[in-house]
Design a binder for this molecule. Structure first.
Ligand code: PLP
Length: 390
């Protein structure tokens, strides 16, 4: 057997929190262990040649801890098939290789995650792939960017770091009209806040490093789809290229997912209060948050998201030096890349996460600061922001 299936039927469970805690694993029949064991085994004994006991032969192809995570991922995104990868970028790489051939074209957001842009621009273009950029919030611009060679429309919503919103249902319509697939990078929202497959997307991508893992202690990626052929192609690449998560990584990610629902509510509560504070601060030019009624795509966000999440971006008055000073002065908000963990982080995208976009169409404003609001006590977080802004 070369590819494991991770099909789950969690459709009888209504609640997201219930699926997040239970899907993908049942207490071990032998020991009763309520959590999936970390199967630290690279190979599995066979009873006679080809006689696998539990469907496993070699851990690049499949491992029971990873399989439990993959079933869970499928369930929480409301999809049929889930695949785990060693990082969000490994998932991105596998999806691009599964869907594109030399001569093909894809459409990407004009403010895509810097690493996604870098991989496409620096690596995939070398193999004859071309791309166009369009604002995800502008459905007509995305439609206009599609060519007869387009095989994939790549969307992030909310985008990183500008928190623009794409209308997933409308974009799925545009992609399907043109005979292409829509992928949604759902890293910023998490499946608790937004489920792109239900809105017509063909595949959902996650950096599980962020909200799904949720504790800044593991790097991982995921792809979820209802498309059986695409899933088989992804499984082939998991085994054929090998960018899979190890069993401890899979375990940590699954452990994180169990509390996703309560964490996302707290992230959203805290972010809303910090947005309120920042909006009236004289040193802040503008606050970018899809929950604000003044956000240009607020109506779309309200239609497709349960709440608006823990990510906030701000434009700081006084340019890049003022932005860097704000980042340097917070104490609870740690100056670091990444996002989505229980602890609050702050960063300067132009010099950090999005430095690779300098001079390109995806360049970010120099006075932009991105905050990943954690789940600490709100009064401490507000005090920290207040002190840092002076
Ligand atoms: C972090 C991130 C990625 C890349 O994921 P890694 O796990 O760091 O490889 C992709 N997309 C978005 C939106 C991200 O924030």
């Amino acid at each position: 057997m070369s590819e494991q299936r991770s099909r789950v039927d969690a459709s009888s469970w209504q609640g997201f929190g219930t699926k997040a805690i239970h899907a993908g694993y049942e207490p071990d029949p032998l020991t009763g262990a309520v959590n999936v064991p970390i199967y630290a085994s690279s190979t599995f004994a066979q009873d006679g040649v080809g006689g696998m006991r539990g469907g496993f032969e070699y851990a690049r192809t499949g491992n029971p801890t990873r399989q439990a995570l993959e079933g869970n991922l499928a369930a929480i995104e409301g999809g049929s098939y889930g695949r785990g990868f060693a990082s969000g970028m490994a998932a991105t790489d596998a999806l691009l290789r599964a869907t594109l051939r030399p001569g093909d074209h894809l459409v990407i957001p004009n403010d895509a995650y810097g690493g996604t842009f870098r991989l496409i621009d620096k690596v995939f273009t070398q193999w004859g792939i071309t791309y166009s950029v369009a604002a995800v919030s502008d459905v007509d611009a995305v439609r206009a960017a599609i060519t007869p060679a387009t095989k994939l429309v790549w969307v992030e919503t909310p985008t990183n770091p500008l928190l623009n919103i794409g209308d997933i249902e409308a974009l799925a319509g545009v992609a399907h009209e043109a005979g292409t697939k829509l992928v949604v990078d759902n890293t910023f929202a998490s499946p608790y806040l937004q489920q792109p497959l239900r809105l017509g997307a063909d595949v959902v991508l996650h950096s599980t490093t962020k909200y799904l893992g949720g504790h800044s202690d593991v790097v991982g990626g995921a792809l979820v789809t209802d498309d059986e052929q695409l899933d088989a192609d992804l499984a082939f690449l998991q085994n054929g290229a090998g960018a899979v998560p190890g069993p401890f990584d899979a375990y940590l990610t699954m452990r994180g997912i169990k509390t996703l629902a309560v964490r996302m509510d707290r992230h959203s509560d805290n972010a809303e209060k910090i947005v309120d504070y920042l909006q009236s601060h004289p040193k802040i030019e503008s606050v970018l948050y899809p929950g604000l009624e003044t956000h240009p795509n607020h109506a779309v966000a309200a239609k497709q998201m349960k709440r608006f999440g823990g990510m906030i971006s701000v434009l700081v008055a006084g340019g890049a030096p003022a932005a860097q000073e704000f980042c340097a002065k917070t104490e609870i908000f740690t100056l670091a890349e990444s996002l989505g963990g229980i602890e609050s982080l702050i960063e300067h995208p132009a010099a950090m996460t999005h430095a690779s976009t300098a001079g390109s169409l995806l360049e970010v404003p120099p006075h932009l600061v991105r905050l990943s609001v954690g789940i600490e006590d709100i009064d401490d977080l507000l005090g920290d922001v207040e002190n840092a802004l002076g």
